[in-house]
Design a protein around this ligand. Structure first.
Ligand code: SF4
Length: 609
C-alpha cells in the first residue's frame, strides 16, 4: 500500500428530529485523525462531511463510503452505534470493498458477543486509547514490513496528551451544527465504579496542556461557539483545576461562553463553586446513583452524603444548574431504598433536574463479570439494560420510573416530534408528503430510488384515500427497513383522512406502521410511555379555529390497551413558557378518544413543541 486513504466513521445517537445528529461531535475520530496526520503527514485522511455522516441513512452512508474508495476504514464504536457500524462494515464487504476495517471505542471489548461472531467484518479491534495503535497499523500498511498482524483486541498504548494535537486547531473538526463543542482537558478517572469500564481502559489521569485548552477556546470564540462541554469523565479530579479555572475566567471575562462538565459533587466546596461560576460554568452533571449504603458499597462508590449535599448546594448557590443522576436496578437496591433516594433528592432540593437511568451491564465491567453470581438478569444486546435483580423484578423496575415521574413531574420517556421540514442546503430526504395528486405506487418507488435518504424520514399522508393503498404503503415500509434497518420512520396522519374509516380497520392501519424490529431505540422495556421509538405514528388533529394542530401519539401499548394514557404534542402558541391556553383540551380529548374508540375519561400528557 503506497499512501493509504483512511476514512473515519463515528455514527451519532439517532433521533427523529435530528437534534442529536446535529449536536454530534465525532471527537474520537477527529483526535485520531489529527494524531495520525502529525506522524504520517502524507496519509490521505478523510473525515466525511459532518452533516452527512451524522444525518444520512445507513444505505446513503454505505454508498458514500464506497465512493471514497478507502484503503482503511476506522469505526468509532459506542453503545448506540455498534450494531449500525457492524451492519455498514458487513455491507461494505458484501459490496466488494477490500479495505482494512478497524474498530475502536468503548464498545470494543473481548467480552462482546457481537464481535465474537466468526463473521465479524472487522480486521482489527483496538481497545483503550487508540492513537498510537492506529499509527502503528497505518505505518504497517504503508511499509508492509512491520510485524503488526491483523488481529483482534490489540491493546493500545496510551500516549501523553501533550503529544496529541487538537482536532479543532488542525481543522479536522468543525463547530457542531447544534449544541455544545466538546473539549477534553484531561483523560482518566480515579474511581472504580463496578458498572463502568472506562477506568479499566484509562486508569491514569493525564491532563492536556492548559495552553492547548486556551487555544481551543479561542478557536471556539472565532467560530462564534458559545456552549462548551468539557468531556473529561471527572472534571473535578484533574490536577491544576484551580489554575485552569483562573485561565477560563480570564478568557470568559465578558461572559461569552457557557461551560458545562461532569463533576464529583463531594469535591465541591464554596470556593470551588464560586470559581466555577466565575469561570462561566452554567451547568454540571453529578452522579449520586444511590443513597443506599449497601448499594454504594456493592458498586464501589463510597459517597459521603453530607459532603454531596453541601457540594450541590454550593453549586446551586452560585447559579450553576445541577443535574443529579440516579441508577435503577443496582445491586442491593430495593424499591423502597430507590424511592428513598428519589425522595432524598427532592426533599433536599438537590437537583434542577433529576436524571433516572436504568442500569446497563456493560461488557468487561465487574458487574457483568459477577452478574450471574449476583442473580442480575440483563438484555444481551446494547445497551444491556437490566431486566431483573434479586432486589427488583421487572414490574418494580418499571414502577420506579413511574414513581420518579410522579414525584418530579418529569416525563422520562417523551415521544420525539419528527422533523417536518428539509435540512436547508442538504439533499437528504427527511420528509415527504403523499398528496392527492400523487400516484401512490410511483410515490413509493421514488422514495426507494432516492439515493439521499436521511437517517429519519417522516411521511405525511395527506391524500384522503391513502388507506386504500395500505398494501403499497406496508410494502414501502418493509422495503425501506430491509434495505435500511436502522432508519427511523414517522407517519403523520391527518385525522380527516381516517375519521370515516371503520374503527377496527382504523386501528389495524395504525398497527401497519408500527412494525417492531431490533433497533437500539426500542429497548427501553421499562418505558412508562412506549418502548417503540424507531417507528412513530401521529394523528394530526386540527384545532376548531383551523389555525393550528395537535398531534396524538399512537403507540402499540395504546392500541393493545396496555397503557391507557394519551400523549399529545402541541405547538406552544402562547408567548409565555408553559402557557397552555392554546391547547383546546376538551376538543382534542373528544376527537382523540372518538378516533381510538375509547372512553373520554382517560389520563393524558401534553408536550409542547
Ligand atoms: S462511572 Fe464515571 S466516575 Fe465511575 S469509574 Fe466510570 S468514569 Fe469514573
Amino acid at each position: 500500500m503506497n499512501q493509504p486513504r483512511i476514512l473515519f466513521i463515528q455514527l451519532p445517537v439517532q433521533s427523529h428530529d435530528y437534534h442529536y445528529n446535529f449536536a454530534h461531535v465525532p471527537l474520537a475520530s477527529g483526535v485520531l485523525a489529527s494524531f495520525l496526520k502529525q506522524h504520517l503527514p502524507d496519509v490521505d485522511i478523510v473525515l466525511p462531511d459532518a452533516l452527512l455522516t451524522s444525518s444520512a441513512s445507513t444505505s446513503t452512508l454505505i454508498n458514500h463510503i464506497l465512493h471514497f474508495e478507502p484503503d482503511i476504514v476506522a469505526f468509532g464504536c459506542y453503545l448506540w452505534n455498534i450494531e449500525r457500524s457492524l451492519f455498514i462494515a458487513r455491507s461494505l464487504r458484501q459490496k466488494g470493498l477490500r479495505a482494512l476495517m478497524i474498530a475502536g471505542g468503548p464498545e470494543i471489548h473481548p467480552d462482546h458477543h457481537l464481535l465474537a461472531d466468526p463473521d465479524c467484518p472487522f480486521d482489527m479491534l483496538v481497545t483503550g486509547e487508540g492513537e498510537d495503535t492506529l499509527r502503528q497499523i497505518v505505518y504497517a500498511a504503508i511499509s508492509e514490513k512491520s510485524d503488526l498482524k491483523k488481529g483482534f483486541f490489540i491493546k493500545s498504548t496510551p500516549v501523553s496528551p501533550a503529544e496529541i494535537p487538537s482536532p479543532y486547531l488542525t481543522g479536522f473538526l468543525s463547530p457542531p451544527l447544534e449544541g455544545s463543542l466538546l473539549i477534553e482537558t484531561s483523560r482518566g478517572c480515579p474511581y472504580h465504579c463496578a458498572y463502568c469500564y472506562y477506568h479499566h481502559n484509562v486508569p491514569r489521569i493525564a491532563e492536556f496542556p492548559i495552553d492547548r485548552t486556551v487555544q481551543e477556546i479561542m478557536w471556539a470564540r472565532q467560530h462564534n461557539v458559545k456552549e462548551i462541554t468539557f468531556a473529561d469523565p471527572s472534571f473535578s479530579s484533574r490536577r491544576n483545576l484551580a489554575k485552569l479555572l483562573d485561565v477560563l475566567s480570564e478568557l470568559n471575562s465578558d461572559g461569552f461562553f457557557s461551560f458545562s462538565a461532569e463533576l464529583n459533587a463531594e469535591l465541591c466546596n464554596e470556593e470551588l463553586a464560586r470559581k466555577l461560576a466565575q469561570a462561566g460554568f452554567k451547568h454540571v452533571e453529578v452522579g449520586l446513583q444511590s443513597t443506599n449504603p449497601a448499594t454504594l458499597r456493592a458498586i464501589g462508590r463510597p459517597v459521603k452524603l453530607d459532603a454531596f449535599v453541601r457540594g450541590v448546594k454550593a453549586l446551586r448557590k452560585y447559579g450553576i444548574s445541577v443535574m443529579v443522576d440516579l441508577i435503577v436496578g443496582l445491586p442491593e437496591e430495593t424499591p423502597e431504598s430507590f424511592a428513598k433516594a428519589v425522595d432524598f433528592c427532592v426533599t433536599e432540593d438537590l437537583a434542577d433536574e433529576l436524571s433516572i437511568y436504568p442500569l446497563s451491564i456493560l461488557p468487561g465491567t465487574e458487574l457483568r463479570n459477577h452478574a450471574a453470581k449476583l442473580g442480575i438478569v440483563y438484555d444481551p444486546v446494547p445497551p444491556y439494560y437490566v431486566r431483573k435483580t434479586p432486589w427488583m423484578d421487572e414490574e418494580a423496575i418499571y414502577q420506579m420510573f413511574r414513581y420518579a415521574e410522579d414525584i418530579t413531574g418529569i416525563d422520562y420517556f417523551p415521544p420525539e416530534f419528527p422533523r417536518l421540514h428539509p435540512i436547508s442546503g442538504n439533499p437528504l430526504l427527511c420528509v415527504e408528503s403523499l398528496t392527492t395528486d400523487d400516484d401512490v405506487t410511483r410515490w413509493c418507488q421514488t422514495i426507494m430510488e432516492n439515493p439521499f435518504l436521511g437517517q429519519a424520514v417522516t411521511f405525511k399522508l395527506e391524500n384522503e384515500k391513502w388507506w386504500l393503498y395500505q398494501e403499497e404503503l406496508s410494502r414501502l415500509l418493509l422495503n425501506l427497513l430491509n434495505r435500511d434497518p436502522f432508519i427511523l420512520v414517522s407517519w403523520i396522519i391527518p385525522e380527516e383522512t381516517i375519521a370515516n374509516v371503520p374503527i377496527n380497520m382504523r386501528l389495524k392501519l395504525f398497527e401497519t406502521f408500527l412494525g417492531h424490529r431490533s433497533h437500539y431505540k426500542d429497548r427501553e422495556w421499562f418505558s412508562t410511555s412506549s418502548s417503540l421509538k424507531s417507528s412513530q405514528v401521529f394523528v394530526q388533529i386540527s384545532h376548531q379555529t383551523g389555525l393550528s394542530s395537535t398531534f396524538l401519539w399512537v403507540t402499540p401499548e395504546l392500541l393493545s390497551g396496555q397503557h391507557d394514557e394519551l400523549w399529545f404534542l402541541t405547538p406552544r402558541l402562547g408567548a409565555a413558557q408553559g402557557d397552555d391556553s392554546s391547547f383546546p383540551e376538551k376538543y382534542i380529548l373528544y376527537r382523540s378518544t372518538q378516533l381510538l374508540g375509547i372512553s373520554h375519561d382517560v389520563p393524558y400528557r401534553v408536550t409542547f413543541i
